[in-house]
Design a protein around this ligand. Structure first.
Ligand code: ZN
Length: 391
């Protein structure tokens, strides 16, 4: 792999040079009815310094030039972006700090410079400084959506959920409904904190707020279902669990044990068996089939479970389903058959041992833990159970 530092400087500066030429051509075009405008000769001296890696001298020239012609400020922004992209944050900061220190900086550019400096600080990992700058942008321009979105991301990074909610709700009330699922996740974080402290009423309040901002939030539905289970309100818990299945069947294997437990508690096996058969019409994962077999065994006996599994496996042959059938058969086998079945079982376990239980639908990150915020791409609610399809 080529090291970036080995590449010639002009490769990094190519976008800038193109931008300058485009700018110049645009200016010439826009002024053709009046007078043709020329770039000052110092500008090209500055470019020359850049090409010779004499950044300090180049920046001195550009900062002086911008004092007399603020129309050149776009070039500073472009240069700052290139430095930031190449990881030369200190140079980007120098450019933007140089601009902000100019008493002649026109008010119309102030917010833009503050934003760019904020991005530099984010790039350097200085969240406190970035937070201060984005707040300052809001003092100059209270409607700045980009400043609010950056503040939200900073608070999310720092797990300051209440502050993240404050700015996200502002955006939401201004019409940015796309932040609804994020607000919902922040309330879920608060609900989990409340649960860890044993504050049950706060947990319910936060989880319901989460559902308010995202009515299909699987995480909020799980929190509320668990909450009802803890209160032994099993029918209410089943109501939330059933909503999970209706909303996103991929998550059903995550809660299926709890659903079955709730039905056991309500003492209505007939309803449970018909519910599982009904779900299986829409959702044919092998986790589902395996659990269904266990319920059949519990209420109708082992033979009925084996008959059900054999029938399903004939239609949908799969390693995990086969493993499940072996488990059932092992309990009935004589010693010779048992030895063969155990060998088969350990071979199947070996084959499947690298299977991840969860995968991010956005970046492909795999894990055996369910993360609501993907540790790899930082997307919310994209990590989902790996579907072992029966068909
Ligand atoms: Zn991801």
């Amino acid at each position: 792999m080529t090291n970036l530092s080995e590449l010639p400087t002009w490769i990094f500066l190519l976008p800038l040079i193109l931008l300058v030429l485009l700018w110049f051509s645009r200016r010439r075009h826009s002024h053709k009815q009046n007078k043709i405008r020329q770039l000052p000769p110092e500008y090209f001296t500055g470019l020359n310094y850049l090409l010779n890696d004499e950044h300090s001298k180049a920046l001195d020239i550009f900062v002086k030039l911008v004092e007399t012609d603020w129309d050149l400020v776009d070039t500073h922004f472009a240069l700052g972006k290139i430095y930031r992209k190449n990881g030369e944050i200190d140079k980007a900061i120098k450019i933007h700090q140089g601009l902000i220190a100019r008493p002649s900086l026109p008010e119309e550019y102030r917010s833009k410079v503050l934003l760019e400096l904020g991005y530099d600080y984010l790039g350097a990992g200085w969240f406190d400084r970035a937070e201060g700058l984005f707040k300052e942008v809001l003092i100059h321009d209270a409607s700045s959506e980009v400043a609010k979105r950056n503040l939200i991301l900073i608070y999310q990074q720092e797990k300051e959920w209440r502050k993240a909610i404050e700015f996200a709700v502002k955006l939401y009330s201004e019409g940015a409904t796309d932040v609804g699922p994020m607000i919902s996740q922040y309330y879920c974080e608060l609900a989990e904190i409340a649960r860890s402290k044993g504050d049950i009423s706060q947990l319910a309040q936060d989880a319901k707020q989460a559902l308010h901002y995202d009515e299909g939030s699987i995480r909020a539905l799980i929190l509320l279902a668990d909450h009802e289970m803890e209160k032994q309100h099993y029918k209410q818990a089943v109501y939330y669990f059933e909503r999970i299945e209706q909303r996103d069947a991929e998550f059903f294997p995550v809660v299926i044990d709890r659903v079955i437990n709730c039905y056991h508690r309500t003492g209505d096996p007939g309803k449970l068996l018909s519910y599982l058969a009904d779900v299986e019409q829409r959702h044919q994962s092998l986790a589902m089939i395996e659990k269904h077999a266990m319920v059949i065994e519990r209420y109708k006996g082992k033979e009925a479970a084996i008959e059900y599994l054999t029938d399903r496996l004939r239609k949908f042959p799969d390693l995990k389903g086969m493993q499940s059938l072996i488990n059932y058969k092992s309990n009935q086998a004589d010693s010779a058959e048992l030895s063969l079945l155990l060998d088969l079982k350990s071979a199947l376990v070996k084959i499947q041992k690298d299977d991840a239980e969860f995968q991010c639908h956005h970046c492909g990150f795999q894990s055996n833990t369910l993360y609501w915020l993907c540790p790899s791409c930082q997307s919310w609610a994209e990590v989902k159970p790996t579907m072992i399809e029966a068909a």
